[in-house]
Every structure is written in structure tokens, then in C-alpha cells.
Design a protein around this ligand. Structure first.
Ligand SMILES: Nc1ncnc2c1ncn2[C@@H]1O[C@H](COP(=O)(O)OP(=O)(O)OP(=O)(O)O)[C@@H](O)[C@H]1O
Ligand SMILES: [Mg+2]
Length: 483
């Protein structure tokens, strides 16, 4: 039973499944490997269990695979609590509270071996009090505390237990943030569940960037099997350049972007398996932005060959063709997103322009070059919020570029005012020098960069003018040269 092959994150997820099934809105995971008795505990504020339900919960398949389950029950086999826990530890304690009654039960492998018997330990009040986080449970109206002690699995893996465990929990954090993201974010129709690890709440990791600008969504399609609808919806992530660093990290499920294309199979809201086309299609460079969300109700479990750890599921023949067609249709627009995103019109020199002309098949548009030194300086030191504001403003400026007005006036032989702009060019250069110092390189590198960038490239034949502007400024850092 211990060798089912749980990793620590799949084991914890199995316990969290139970908490969510019990209607919990808060799940607190705590651990410490540095105490005299190292432990990991999972405390929820769900319905809790009566004494007899708790006893039954400790039995293998006490609630079996053929039982009729509530549609929000994430359980299936009646095994998870025991198998997941005992895959990681030798002693599993469950304390639960319902209707003001506390029940504490323990499976201890060494006790069972000594007794040569399936002997369940029943805790008295004093024994319960020695379990980490028990006082929190006692103060709740109802809930369940699962504690793992004698964590022998980790000891068999490493000598530096504390550091290794921390590392594994960092990984577990990402895993839980992903597979429970619909609950963590309270996405309709799921009730919001706060999950924390050592008091740090998890942010849901939505692999579809559902709310990001630029994410393309298909309408939800229903595939009906045995009269029960399966919701299927396709997402094409925004083009990589259009994603912020934060978005990119959120969309980044473990592995490369290319590897994470494919179906994302949810069972009653919980992600079970992701990043696979189930051999219905090949993974391709062109499909790397395509992710298809498939939401299956637990009433179709018998078709999907779900494994005990709930980490794999194989689609039934009944839906395979439909899924394949769905995915094929999807890959086509995804290809377009990547290939026809537009090419930068080749400039005939190596000037860093402020405006790029982007040719997109038969159309063209103007984009502000985010790599222009002026914008690099402008982005320096900004937080995510300010960066987003700046990006919003730039996108709007691009969108509202008055091209039509320009054409009209031009055709009427209007000429733009030829004001002297020398002062502006000079002041902007000095402002950049002041705030960009150090970031844009040594003075000579800075000047070199500037001489290749609009509008200062006009001074290429006479760079000393620029150097002297700087040398005469309040914050020169370079010597004046004689022109
Ligand atoms: N945190 C909890 N709160 C309330 N009841 C719980 C909790 N954890 C377990 N139970 C009860 O114990 C039973 C057994 O849990 P267990 O995880 O072993 O099996 P399961 O959830 O029914 O199926 P699976 O093996 O698929 O997880 C559950 O069906 C539920 O009735
Ligand atoms: Mg379970």
C-alpha cells in the first residue's frame, strides 16, 4: 500500500481533496522538520466527521468506488486518506470535530507490527492536545486535522532532511496552486477555498490566463456522454511578447511552454492531468499556445480510468474523436497567432527606432519599440503595477496613432510646424543620462547606444556635440572635449 508511488505533492493533494469535498473554505497546511517530533499537518474547517464516520474513514475503502457520491466529492476509492498519508509517514493521526464532539484516531505502522494486528489507536483528550494545531481545531465549529509524523519517506531520500523537505514543499506549493486553482480563485461554480502553507496563502495558477488581455477563448462546447455533459473550452495564450513577466510565470506550468500544450482534464473542478494530447495529436511548435480545458463530472469516473493517485486519466473512446477534432480546429488559429504576428519591416540601417513598422500580411501598423533607450530608462525600477500602467498607455498611444488625420492633412499640403526641437532633444538626453546612469553602461557605451537611436542618430557625424551637452550638465561624469 505504501508503494503506490505518491510524491509528497500528490499525497498532500489527496488530503486537500477530502477537505474540499467536506465543504472547507480554509485549508491550512503546516510543517516543521526542526521540532523534536517533525510533522506535517493539514487542518480544514469543513464539516468534520461524527465518531462513527471517522472510524469508517480510517478503513480501507470504507466508502467504496461504487458508492453514489455528491457531485462535489473529489473522492472515489475510499483509500486516499490512508494510502496518501502512509506513503509519506508511519503514523497517521486524524482528529475531527463535529457537533462539539472531538474524535482522534491513529494508524501507526509500528504499533500494528508490534501487535501483529490492524489495531486502531483511539486518542483521549490529553493525547489529542499534543498534536500540532489541535487547539486551532478545537476553537473551530467543525473541521478535520490530519497529521503525519514519523516521516520516514523523506529520511530514505536524503541526509539533509530539513533542507530537502523545504525544497519539496516549494514544489508542492506550485503543484497545489495549479491543480486547485479554480477553488483558490473561486471560479464559478466553485466556492472559494483559501489554501495556505505555513500561513502563506497560495495564489491560484490559472494555466489559461483566462483574464489576460490577448487570451483567445472558444465558446464552451458540451460533449454529452451517457446523457451527462462534459464542458470543453479552448484557449490560445497571448503571443509571448505580449505577456508580462508575471503572466508568463503564471502560465508556466512545470516544463517548457511547448510541453504544456494540450488537454487540461479537470474532475469536478480539480485538475487531474495536463499538457497531453493523449496521442490524438502530436505536440508541435505551432501548438504551443494551445490549451484545452475539459471539465468532467465525477459521475463519469467509470469511463475515464482514473488512477488511485488521481494523477492520470485516459479518455474513453466515446469522446476521443470529438476531442481530436476540437484540438485540430484549435491548432489552426494558434498557428496563425505565431506565424502571422507580423514582421518588423527591415530598416536599411542599424538605427534603433522609436516607432517600428509592423507588416502583418496585407496590413501594417506602428508599434513603439520597447527596447528604445528612452523606454528602457522609463521602465527602470518600476513595479509590476506601474509597468502595466506604462504598457497600457503605450498600447493606447499605438492604437490611437492618428494615421488617418496625417494622411488627410498631408494630401491637403499641410506641413507640420517646424519648431526648433534642439532643446527638447538635448533635455531628453540629459534626463536619460541622469536617471539611466550606470544602467545604460559607461559614458562611451551610453553615447554609442544613443548615436544609434532616434533622434540622436542625427548627430552621428558630430558626436562631440552630445558629449559636450553631458559634460556641461550638473552630473557630467565625463570631460568636456574641444570641438
Ligand atoms: N477532511 C475531511 N473532512 C470530512 N470527512 C473526511 C475528511 N477526510 C476524509 N473524510 C471522510 O473519509 C472518507 C475516506 O476518505 P478517503 O480519502 O480515504 O477516501 P475518499 O475520499 O472517499 O476516496 P479517495 O480514495 O478517492 O480519496 C471520505 O469519503 C470522507 O467521508
Ligand atoms: Mg479522498
Amino acid at each position: 500500500m505504501r508503494a503506490v508511488g505518491y510524491s509528497i505533492e500528490t499525497a498532500i493533494a489527496d488530503i486537500v481533496d477530502n477537505s474540499i469535498s467536506a465543504g472547507a473554505t480554509s485549508v491550512e497546511i503546516s510543517f516543521s522538520m526542526d521540532l523534536e517530533t517533525p510533522y506535517l499537518s493539514i487542518l480544514d474547517n469543513g464539516s468534520g466527521m461524527s465518531a462513527s464516520t471517522a472510524r469508517n474513514a480510517m478503513r480501507l475503502a470504507g466508502v467504496g468506488a461504487n458508492s453514489v457520491r455528491d457531485d462535489r466529492d473529489l473522492g472515489r476509492f475510499g483509500l486516499g486518506l490512508k494510502t496518501a498519508s502512509l506513503s509519506q509517514c508511519r503514523r497517521l493521526t486524524v482528529i475531527t470535530k463535529q457537533s462539539n464532539q472531538l474524535t482522534g484516531l491513529v494508524w501507526d505502522l509500528d504499533h500494528m507490527i508490534a501487535r501483529d494486528d490492524w489495531s486502531l489507536i483511539v486518542l483521549d483528550q490529553a493525547e489529542m492536545e499534543s498534536i500540532p494545531n489541535f487547539t486551532k481545531l478545537r476553537s473551530m465549529a467543525s473541521g478535520t486535522l490530519v497529521a503525519w509524523t514519523e516521516l520516514d519517506r523523506i529520511h530514505s531520500q536524503t541526509k539533509n532532511v530539513s533542507a530537502e523537505f523545504d525544497q519539496q514543499m516549494v514544489h508542492a506549493r506550485d503543484h497545489l496552486a495549479l491543480i486547485f486553482h479554480q477553488f483558490i480563485n473561486g471560479d464559478h461554480p466553485y466556492e472559494k477555498v483559501e489554501i495556505s502553507i505555513n500561513s502563506m496563502p497560495l495564489d491560484g495558477l490559472d494555466p489559461f490566463l483566462t483574464n489576460a488581455k490577448g487570451t483567445q477563448k472558444s465558446p464552451v462546447e458540451k460533449i454529452v456522454v451517457e446523457g451527462i455533459p462534459i464542458d470543453v473550452q479552448a484557449f490560445t495564450l497571448p503571443y509571448l511578447n505580449k505577456m508580462s513577466e508575471k503572466q508568463r510565470s503564471l502560465a508556466q506550468v512545470p516544463g517548457q511552454l511547448r510541453d504544456s500544450q494540450g488537454f487540461y482534464i479537470y474532475r469536478s473542478g480539480r485538475l487531474v492531468i495536463w499538457g497531453t494530447w493523449f496521442k490524438l495529436l502530436h505536440k508541435s511548435e505551432n501548438g504551443k499556445l494551445a490549451r484545452v480545458k475539459v471539465d468532467i463530472p465525477n459521475s463519469l469516473d467509470h469511463l475515464w480510468s482514473l488512477d488511485i493517485k488521481k494523477s492520470t486519466a485516459i479518455p474513453p473512446v466515446e469522446v476521443r474523436d470529438r476531442l481530436k477534432r476540437f484540438a485540430q480546429d484549435l491548432i489552426a488559429p494558434s498557428e496563425r497567432t505565431i506565424i502571422y504576428r507580423g514582421r518588423k519591416e527591415k530598416a536599411d540601417d542599424d538605427v534603433v527606432r522609436l516607432w517600428d513598422v509592423i507588416v502583418d500580411r496585407d496590413t501594417y501598423r506602428y508599434e513603439i519599440n520597447r527596447d528604445h533607450p528612452l523606454l528602457q530608462v522609463a521602465q527602470e525600477g518600476l513595479g509590476p503595477r506601474e509597468l502595466r500602467n506604462l504598457e497600457n498607455a503605450l498600447e493606447m498611444i499605438e492604437l490611437l496613432f492618428p494615421a488617418q488625420d496625417l494622411v488627410n492633412r498631408f494630401s491637403k499640403d499641410h506641413v507640420p510646424a517646424a519648431e526648433s526641437t534642439d532643446d527638447l532633444i538635448r533635455n531628453q538626453l540629459l534626463a536619460m543620462w541622469e536617471s539611466g546612469q550606470g544602467n545604460l553602461g559607461a559614458p562611451s557605451e551610453f553615447i554609442d547606444l544613443i548615436l544609434h537611436s532616434e533622434p540622436w542618430n542625427a548627430y552621428k557625424t558630430n558626436p562631440e556635440v552630445l558629449l559636450n551637452w553631458i559634460a556641461e550638465s550638473d552630473n557630467p561624469g565625463i570631460e568636456k572635449t574641444d570641438v
